[in-house]
Design a protein. Sequence first.
Lengths: 225, 225, 217, 217
Amino acid sequence: MIDKRVRDIAEGLEGIQDGSTVMVGGFGSVGQPDSLIEGLIEQGARELVIVANNAGSGHVGLAKLMEAGRVRKIICSFPRSAGSVVFEDLFKAGKLELEIVPQGTLAERIRAAGAGIPAFYTATGVGTKIAEGKETREFDGKTYLMERWLPADVALVEAWRVDRWGNCDYRGSGRNFNAIMATAAKTTIVLARKIVELDEILPENVVTPGLFVSRVVPFQSNVPV
Amino acid sequence: MIDKRVRDIAEGLEGIQDGSTVMVGGFGSVGQPDSLIEGLIEQGARELVIVANNAGSGHVGLAKLMEAGRVRKIICSFPRSAGSVVFEDLFKAGKLELEIVPQGTLAERIRAAGAGIPAFYTATGVGTKIAEGKETREFDGKTYLMERWLPADVALVEAWRVDRWGNCDYRGSGRNFNAIMATAAKTTIVLARKIVELDEILPENVVTPGLFVSRVVPFQSNVPV
Amino acid sequence: MSEFTPLSRLAMAARVAHDIPEGWVCNLGIGIPTLVADCLPKDREIILHSENGILGMGPSPAPEDIDPWVINAGKQNVTLLEGASLFHHADSFAMIRGGHIDLCILGAFEVAENGDLANWATSAEDAAPAVGGAMDLAVGAKRIWVVTEHTTKDGAPKLVSHCSYPLTAPGVVDRIYTNLAVIDVTSRGFEVAEIVPGLSFEALQAQTDAVLHRKES
Amino acid sequence: MSEFTPLSRLAMAARVAHDIPEGWVCNLGIGIPTLVADCLPKDREIILHSENGILGMGPSPAPEDIDPWVINAGKQNVTLLEGASLFHHADSFAMIRGGHIDLCILGAFEVAENGDLANWATSAEDAAPAVGGAMDLAVGAKRIWVVTEHTTKDGAPKLVSHCSYPLTAPGVVDRIYTNLAVIDVTSRGFEVAEIVPGLSFEALQAQTDAVLHRKES
């Protein structure tokens, strides 16, 4: 029997190596796998490269991971937001590498990694600072940038309902980066808000088919309030 | 009020020009918009470039359109199948141009057109006849082909439930090429098996959001049995 | 001396909303553009898109109706209209980059007379700029309208002959709505379509760092 | 003279099925590979993928249970298991090309000792070849197993030193199941893992157009 469910967060995060590239899903507070990030602090991996839309805020989750000195580099579209004090301090102190990627390019690079496409062309960023050092090319008289895929070692994803094969759906605006990051990592770890039977998500309503998922972690809040 | 519903097939197909590139959805018999193809024969546009997975069979639908001499070129992955006699005769007689595209490359080229990606790289076809005349490039020590997007003037799509905004879902294996072709054409014409109220397809279950759809045609069978 | 009243932020939003035809799919940036949502004419169906995967956003919810799982790109709670759909980030930006969004309304630090837009970083040396989805929207949407105060708080022009800030995208802005005027970006540069009552063309020109043209009639 | 019985098509399919571990996601090509579906051990969960957008295909339906909306890549009616999912062609081939399919089982016209696969066109001048999803599967799946008769109906070898037919993909085949043997494609070429009882290594070699190696033990 295929059963990707693990006992708890610690088992879900087993084996994450120092130096790993780790994708963190979610957009705003929706679909952020906070308790997996807290678990990653416990787990202890260092020198991480984080791929996420934001760079955390306050002193919890991603910000706490950075504050603990575990992050070498962050690849994101919008690091500077209300409360991103940890990021700003580390960045100013030169203790954190930053790669800024336009949000759509970030999404497409992640999707490309999942789809076996090593590079693609996009109009986004042409004629801006983002284009510096990147190849440009004309198609049908218009200029485009070449962008590379962005694969990861690990993806931390939060889903709504998940079954033992790893089939997922998402609630509200929760699929955001979660559904694409799930496809782009060697190991995809899904925090399941609800673990359900195999037949509960109808075939036409599965958003992330189970073949993308490595481990299913039952939701439990270890996040300090 | 936004209302993309049209009266009938003739109104749905109005304005399709000679020389248009027309995508035809479906895979096998599932999701093939047969009555739109029959309507296109009535409508009269000539010199069409057809994008579809197959090249028709028997003497109905796509085969009938080709037999009527309306097709200049077909872009597909699998033209030669049981009953593809019309295609084979026209092809042997030099009356039909053929572009063979691996099925995954065909799907990705269509998706790329919908997503604003003029070109991408793929490993599919490297070292084969398909690579002839195409640019190759190495990424991380592996060779890939560059493939271009494949946009269309018109997409003929069959969906299951469709509302007045054009939101669609699909039944069974029916989303196949339909869901991606809907994104890649200037004018997307959807044959709706059922026309439903705006709130009947839940937001999380919409497969083709309405912004991709130009016209919604109520299902009616004009296909000779 | 002429008497005139600059438009409030809400009045600017309402002025923009007035020009959006029924059926358009629109994406609203953060700031004044977000206010446009509340000013849309009730008799027109206009479909709002949010980068984080929503088409068909409705108004803000009453406090008791908040669904914490439904937020917009500005991380505010929103509602879903009947006919709404939900999707992931790659599909959402495929809509944007594939040219399926009729209109994007953005704020700006500067707009140049050739349509160049600068709205993501206030200096080339900016320590940690945050681009978000602005560049994708600027090149992907069919039309870009900017809504902004005509000048900075210090009175410096935001409509300029050349942008001094890092560009979001070159040559993309179609129209600018300020608290003083409505200005089209055309092949000959800034063309004034409308000025608030009581403000002269010359007084508007004085607050603008590029030549303004009178609309040809 | 030795006595031996070549495997039937169904026996070949069963032999392949025997080697598929629980949990693998497999795509089955047309022909003998399709038969593998009916031979899967009942005590193992193996997930079948179909290019046209199905994961979790079940067995063929009884005539009265046919749902005409659910077909496989060979256009045959199939069923969906509990846990199945449905998606469009771009997502389906993203699974294939992104390396998410553990195994693809394909038929072949020829397989070369370096793993080259020819299974889509029988001559370079073929009037209208039909490639379908074969090239995508050949380069995208984690492993390619070929199942085929050892020779053509005319007795010509299908396991060759160099393919004469147009390639589907170079260097992709990992293992070959024929009606006479199981053969691994290794860095030193064809390595015989198994021969049908009663057939000698030499007799197998005689029906093969490339050097066969004995498995090192």
